[in-house]
Design a protein around this ligand. Structure first.
Ligand code: PHB
Length: 395
């Protein structure tokens, strides 16, 4: 009897040890999912921008077999409507209710500023796939906040320098009155005036209004050598059509950050033909990554990609760079991810780029010209342009 009991105990211990030896294998089987909060505009004048960013992000994840660094990706999606008044509540839903690991958003600078405050307060990783608010990688820079797009200053400044090089002496600027418009036009003024030009008037209208008539009449009477605008999405289409209809297209050259003509040419018809703009992406770039990206995008979405799709794609690439650094561990070590993301070189369809110490892309700004339905690259407006990141304490 006693011997049987002993034998059973020995067996139990042996089985226990064997199971214990197996346990670590079970524990490393599946790393925890990564929870991605997409906070983007899916309605309003910037809806097409939010959709292109989403498409680009998901395209990269799909190319990785539906995972990033071996982790399944779980999406939580909020339509931010490009409404700054709803931004804090929307960002709180994703960080506090859904407890996402990373916030990806957004398009509108005013919304992104509120979102980044939530990210800073909750120490949530954030990747900005568009909004250019200079402050986000300037005085409000933060270790956990990254940008895969641009600062509003970058394309504005590059366009200003080129407008001066083209011999224009005076310019009028026109934009929506909010952070992106203010900063893009002041970037233009810096570049233009450093080349000897003078901005003689800065005109604005509230976002997202499209009643341009009185402003176009004022431009006609001011007769500047050139006009620089910041508009995007649906509003950009209306503006370019109105500029032509007002008879200004042939008399006063129109310049812009390339957002004016990116993703909008189909809707503009021929009114955009010939426009020259500056941006960190273009049609006709000669690089293999871009070719593969474009054919993948067309196959998946039956549409041509634009700069927003590229920025979404690169946001996913940046996240993967972070996740690679914590591969094999169950929990996400945020500090290790931040370090790896800051040091990453992103093999982007725009051409590869690195991040500045303030976490903004250091990148070429292309000069482009509208030919048919394309923003054809015609040169480089600024090589490896870094935002000055004034006021960022991480530098
Ligand atoms: C912005 O608000 O920062 C913004 C919006 C649309 C663009 C570019 C920048 O195309």
């Amino acid at each position: 009897m006693m011997q049987d009991q002993q034998r059973r105990n020995v067996m139990r211990v042996a089985v226990g040890l064997a199971l214990a030896a197996l346990a670590p294998i079970g524990a490393v089987q599946a790393a925890e999912k990564v929870k991605v909060g997409l906070m983007l505009p899916y309605t309003g004048t910037y809806a097409s921008l939010g959709n292109a960013i989403t498409n680009g992000f998901k395209q990269y994840v799909a190319e990785q077999g539906g995972t990033l660094a071996g982790r399944e990706v779980e999406y939580f999606v909020v339509d931010d409507e490009s409404d700054p008044a709803k931004a804090t509540e929307n960002a709180n839903k994703l960080t506090k209710r859904d407890q996402v690991d990373v916030l990806v958003g957004t398009v509108h600078s005013g919304v992104a500023l509120a979102m980044a405050k939530v990210a800073r307060d909750t120490k949530t990783l954030m990747i900005i796939p568009n909004a250019g608010a200079d402050e986000l990688t300037g005085p409000l820079c933060s270790p956990n906040v990254f940008r895969s797009s641009f600062s509003n200053w970058q394309p504005g400044y590059a366009m200003g320098k080129v407008a001066a090089e083209r011999g224009h002496k005076t310019a009028v600027t026109l934009t929506w009155k909010y952070a992106a418009g203010d900063e893009a036009t002041s970037g233009f003024a810096k570049g233009f005036e450093s080349g000897g030009g003078k901005v003689v008037k800065q005109l604005t209208l509230p976002f997202p209004n499209v009643e341009f008539q009185a402003l176009l009449t004022e431009i006609a009477s001011l007769k500047p050598d050139a006009v620089y605008v910041f508009f995007a999405g649906g509003g950009a289409v209306k503006f370019v059509k109105d500029y032509e209809a007002a008879g200004l297209k042939n008399s006063i050259p129109l310049y812009s950050s390339g957002f004016l003509t990116d993703g909008t040419l189909e809707a503009m018809g021929t009114s955009g033909e010939g426009l020259v703009t500056a941006l960190h992406y273009a049609d006709g770039l000669d690089n293999a990554k871009d070719k593969a990206f474009r054919s993948g995008y067309v196959t998946a979405y039956k549409a041509q990609p634009d700069v927003y799709a590229v920025q979404g794609y690169d946001a996913a690439q940046l996240l993967k760079a972070g996740l690679d650094a914590v591969k094999g561990s169950d929990k996400l070590d945020k500090d290790a991810m931040i370090k790896a993301m800051g040091a990453a070189t992103i093999d982007s369809p725009r051409g590869s780029f690195t991040l500045s110490p303030a976490h903004n892309p250091v990148q070429d700004i292309y000069l482009r010209k509208v030919e048919g339905k394309e923003n054809k690259v015609i040169g480089i407006a600024a090589k490896k342009l870094a935002d000055p990141a004034r006021g960022c304490k991480m530098m």
